[in-house]
Design a protein around this ligand. Sequence first.
Ligand code: BES
Ligand code: ZN
Length: 458
Amino acid sequence: MEKVLSYLSEHQPRFVRELCDYVRFPSVSAQPQHQPDMAACAEWLLNRCRGLGLDARVCPTPGHPVVLARTPRRAGRRHFMVYGHYDVQPPEPFELWKSPPFEPRLEGRSLFARGASDNKGQHLAHLNAVEAYLRTGTELPCDLTFVVEGEEEVGSRHLADFLKTNRAELACDAVVVSDTGIPDLKHPALTYALRGITAVEIKLHGPSRDLHSGIYGGSVDNPAMALCQLLAKLRDKHGRIAIPGFYDDVAALSAFERKQLARLPFKESAYRKFLGVPQLFGERGFTPIEQRSARPTVEINGLTSGYQGEGSKTIVPAWASAKLTFRLVPDQQPKKIIALIRKHLASLCPPTVRMELKTGHGGEPYLVSPTSALAQASLRALKRAFGCEPVLMREGGSIPIVTEFKKVLGADTLLLGLALPDDNAHSPNEKFSLDCFERGMRMSAELWPELSGACKTP
Ligand code: BES
Ligand code: ZN
């Protein structure tokens, strides 16, 4: 292991240069004009994997391709999968970036670029650890397969089918995913739960065209107003979602969990300042950490209607629309929740407008035992790599494919994220900490002997 770790230390400057090359691809899965950049990014990753001696291929899907790379399969060895995604969120609004999103900028120990933290830097750390094993002639104690997809940020539409098609090749003892966060460098973490998600788009149609608000306003409903009234009824003033049946399947937080979550470092005033809000808001009866990781929410992600240009325009708009996402917690099921949402919205919609509902991507919440032999093994790897005691946490974000790993491959997922709270994932000025990058490589190196050993004694 010493050889592997020294190799990692020696090659840090090159690893950073390679991460810079990787984040230069504007691999924005949501925007069709970036399709060629997606393909080029997958190709770059393919070559990186082949360059370090992995058996790698780019697998087409009806959407963006999956990059699959594996170490040689040996009989009698444990097999783990490392999952990541090379697609990134749209970088807009550009004007808020201090430097262009796809031109990496180093400042101190931070690398700024869209995708640096979510997720290119995080899965590259794992690849670099494998390189260190292979180049130092250190035998890997297990077989590894990397699955790096290009559609995570748009709901992993085609990955479940990909898992089914390649079920035999991908069958594994566990999946390792570094695509979550840690509170800070002194608190490396094993995340044992993620929230699920379900997306809906509501459009209210009013008059057949925008109308003069002086001539017609007052005699027809205003769809923007109707939409605001409807949306306002989705949540009460205490932060509880006001949809009948919505909480029926929510698993209560155990006293043990609440104690674990209360252990995480958190200062309300610093958090408030960091987010730039005058006061925090969340469901009554829960701490901010519980609210953002273990309780369901509804969020308006986008709201559009009427005239948005400069100056004023006196109209009754023809339509108004809103993009919503609900974050779900164990044991809420997206399908059941969507049915409840549909029913409730239909009952709230006034007869003066016509409602159109589109459902978007969805993903189930995830919860895995934090006390399993594999979980304990990963905590030991974290402790050695970061040099301090790791914590157990839940995360509010979603990685819908992890429930498919369980359903299709029968494998649990170990969420060992490397992002810091101020990494600005999905925001302008996303960055990745080079300290997290380096510790992530060490964690990955330490992980494989630990996990392989833990599998023998279930
Ligand atoms: N890396 C995130 C997920 C994440 C972030 C989990 C922070 C836990 C903590 C991932 O790339 C992501 O953004 N997922 C989307 C999924 C959605 C598009 C279906 C999300 O959570 O919004
Ligand atoms: Zn993301």
